[in-house]
Design a binder for this molecule. Structure first.
Ligand code: ACM
Length: 516
């Protein structure tokens, strides 16, 4: 068989690549059970849609004649249509033109339609109807169309992710109807460039991965003891002094304001909101080294006006660069302050954040202060989070024994820490945010977030190893109705993602629990 012929049998190529990977990098995985072929029924989508009905008819096939038709288009929808077309062109080499269409786009088209009366689809919801004749994607918001495109992607064979042309007998999507919307509005992850700096390109690679699984918030931990990572024009020493270090003594780095705006825009185009975090009053040694006049024992000096002047400058500049609603002020693991000092500090920080038109988020310790109902409390260990409920505040769940992606998978996996738990992919998957904490119900929870603290992850390859496959598991926890989720089905759908990650160059942990 020539290389060309080999390439025309992509499943064989995948099998060979998979076998090489299994031999080279990982312990042999158990033999997979016989599963449906990629593109055949049932579709293996993550996160599992809220409702999916297979139709009995023949599939829709992409061909040289397929086009993307925009109905009721505006420039934002046109950009989404172009994103879809670019994705479809890459592996198929089909021209896939994009055109505005009057109602009824006709045979052979993939139609994107924004409707003003989306019924029950909500912010991120969509309806997708696939017949042999056409694909119709309907949503009430551009974000909903973008999420729907991720479903289209996953309904197509994994080869669609190839950077270069792949010859296949067909590019089929099963006939079906999906009506989908997320369980939780907040489906987040967090990166920690403060501990090991990550380049703009690396952050963008992570955003791409989040987008594939319909996540919508990226929280950036932009300062800590080991480094300050964002340019503040009115306080130049924060980066001139505070950015020059990282865990292990590396050179550090920082994002210029232009870099940060590039990240924000890249995320926006994928309907992902950036939440910047500046740690205060603890975890602040990089800042207090740069401006020693605000340094008290192990925190910012909470009784000095100089401190609030500095924080006002920082929050003002970051707020101006951040289109999202929220600024995260950290607030965790503070030592050396009285409870009264801590509470007064958090309340001042809240006033500053609100002054610049933003709402505050803090780690769960902030619930020890008097917070507003609009302030969000991010749970991580559950000592103090229920205090938030008396203020009417909502909670983001980031339980360190389920969702901290910097924890090791097993005692022998290379990267990560162990202080909270070992988190295999089933541990990340098998929990229900509505009953995780006594006294905290579904109505109290805006959603979940999966942080990857950076102490042991030096670059995007390491980040990906910690994230995948657990990020996909947590994306489903956040999106899919609890009653539809079950581990055995998830295992099979997760296994089907691996060929996509191979094409996308995404590193991952080949968990022995998954029939890869
Ligand atoms: C934390 O892990 N200290 C929020």
């Amino acid at each position: 068989m020539s290389a060309r012929e080999l390439w025309s049998h992509p499943k064989l190529v995948i099998a060979i690549v998979g076998a090489l990977l299994a031999l080279g990098c990982n312990p042999p995985a158990p033999a997979p059970p016989p599963g449906p072929q990629s593109g055949a029924l049932p579709p293996r989508i993550i996160p599992l849609p809220a409702s999916l009905s297979l139709a009995s008819g023949p599939p829709f096939k992409l061909t040289k004649e397929t086009r993307v038709a925009l109905v009721g288009a505006n420039p934002e929808v046109a950009a989404i249509g172009e994103t879809l077309a670019a994705l479809l062109r890459r592996a198929t080499d089909f021209p896939i033109p994009v055109s505005a269409s009057s109602d009824g786009s006709g045979s052979g088209s993939v139609e994107l339609r924004l409707v003003s009366d989306p019924a029950s689809l909500g912010e991120d919801g969509y309806r997708l109807t696939v017949t042999s004749d056409s694909v119709r994607l309907v949503a009430g918001t551009p974000a909903g169309l973008f999420r729907g495109i991720q479903t289209i992607r996953q309904l197509l064979p994994a080869d669609i992710e190839s950077e270069i042309g792949v010859e296949r007998g067909d590019w089929a999507m099963p006939a079906l109807t999906i009506v989908d919307r997320p369980r939780f509005a907040w489906r987040g992850s967090m990166l920690d460039p403060a501990r090991h700096f990550l380049t703009v390109k690396e952050v963008e690679q992570y955003i791409d991965l989040m987008a594939l699984y319909k996540l919508n918030v990226l929280h950036l931990h932009l300062s800590d003891d080991q480094g300050w990572r964002i340019q503040i024009n009115s306080r130049p020493k924060l980066t001139a002094v505070g950015s020059l270090s990282q865990v292990g003594g590396g050179p550090g780095g920082f994002y210029t304001q232009q870099d940060y705006q590039d990240i924000v825009r890249y995320a926006q185009a994928r309907y992902i909101t950036i939440v910047p975090e500046i740690e205060m009053p603890g975890h602040s040694r990089a800042a207090t080294t740069a401006y020693p006049e605000v340094a008290c024992t192990s925190t910012f000096c909470v009784d000095k006006e100089d401190t609030y002047a500095l924080l006002d400058d920082v929050v003002r500049e970051i707020s101006a660069l951040t289109p999202g609603t929220y600024i995260h002020i950290g607030g965790d693991e503070v030592e050396g302050l009285t409870p009264e000092q801590y509470a007064r500090f958090v309340e001042r920080a809240q006033t500053i954040v609100n002054k610049y038109g933003k709402l505050m988020i803090g780690w769960e310790e902030i619930a020890k202060a008097h917070i507003k109902p609009t302030t969000i409390v991010q749970q991580w260990k559950s000592d103090s989070v229920t205090a938030a409920l008396q203020y009417g505040s909502k909670i983001i769940l980031s339980p360190s024994d389920k969702a901290y992606l910097d924890m090791k998978y097993t005692a022998t996996t290379e990267l990560g820490l162990t202080w909270a738990a070992l988190i295999e992919v089933n541990t990340a998957y098998n929990w229900d945010p509505a009953v995780y904490m006594p006294g905290v119900t579904e109505q109290n929870v805006v959603g979940i977030e999966a942080p990857i603290w950076g102490e042991t992850v030096r670059n995007i390859t390491a980040v990906e190893f910690q994230a995948m496959p657990r990020l996909a598991a947590l994306a489903e926890v956040a999106w899919t109705p609890q009653t539809s989720r079950e581990w055995q089905g998830f295992r099979s759908r997760l296994a089907a993602q691996a060929p996509r990650w191979h094409y996308l160059g995404v590193n991952y942990y080949r968990s022995p629990l998954i029939p890869w």
